[in-house]
Design a protein around this ligand. Sequence first.
Ligand code: ATP
Length: 272
Amino acid sequence: ARAQAMQVNSSPEVTYDDIGGLEEQTREVREAVEEPLINAEQFAEVGIDPPSGVLLHGPPGTGKTMLAKAVANETDATFIKMAGSELVQKFIGEGARLVRDLFELASEHEPAIIFIDEIDAIAAKRTESKTSGDAEVQRTMMQLLSEMDGFEDRGEIRIIAATNRFDMLDRAILRPGRFDRLIEVPNPDREGRERILEIHTQDMSLADDIGLGAIADQTDDFSGAELASLATEAGMFAIRDERTTVTTEDFEDALEKITDTDGEETGPIAFY
Ligand code: ATP
């Protein structure tokens, strides 16, 4: 069961080219994670320690997991993923043990990148979460920090964490030697949205007159994940209509469908 909680992927398929926008974030992740892995001697010669842990923070579905996978791919590192929520839903003592196993697994598969999603589940400020006062959660976090401390002698393991709730984090985990490289991953701007739409429609049969730029104009505040599902939804409209080519109108219908549901969930008119 413990092995199941950790997802090991010897070579994730994602590359930097699959990521739309996020040029600056990609550059920073490469500097903090890729360089130390492929150029360890240079860090040693200059005489500095590479950043210990990288924390990606930003809204859901913006490409944080993709970034971590792309670095693993690029460096031929094993990608080991674990969700913070899984670390805390275990029996007493199990969280800390899982963290130990996680690092042990990584050292058996060097070079390795450990990706901890939803780090807030084990590292929330005491005041912000029901569970963070929990001694078990604290123990899990302490174990993670102590594994990270043992890092320098550990060789080719890098750690990347992600959160949608940066405001909730216990600042103790951001100290030097811990998650000391912060990278914000925001929703895409207009140009980023167009690029993401290009990426997610590259295998689709699009009508010749389709304008992805115009769709990018109409999708302010969309995340990368939402743009990906917009493209799929547009394809669904074509299929319902028994066509094999996706038109601008399909995208407009998809947009209407997606924004409608959003309105119901979060719109200001919904009182109950
Ligand atoms: P969460 O915080 O919810 O875990 P995340 O930021 O890790 O989300 P990802 O898992 O990387 O998001 O993205 C989910 C999916 O959305 C991706 O598999 C991809 O299809 C699409 N996507 C998100 N961001 C981008 C992007 N910048 N470029 C291309 N596709 C994207």
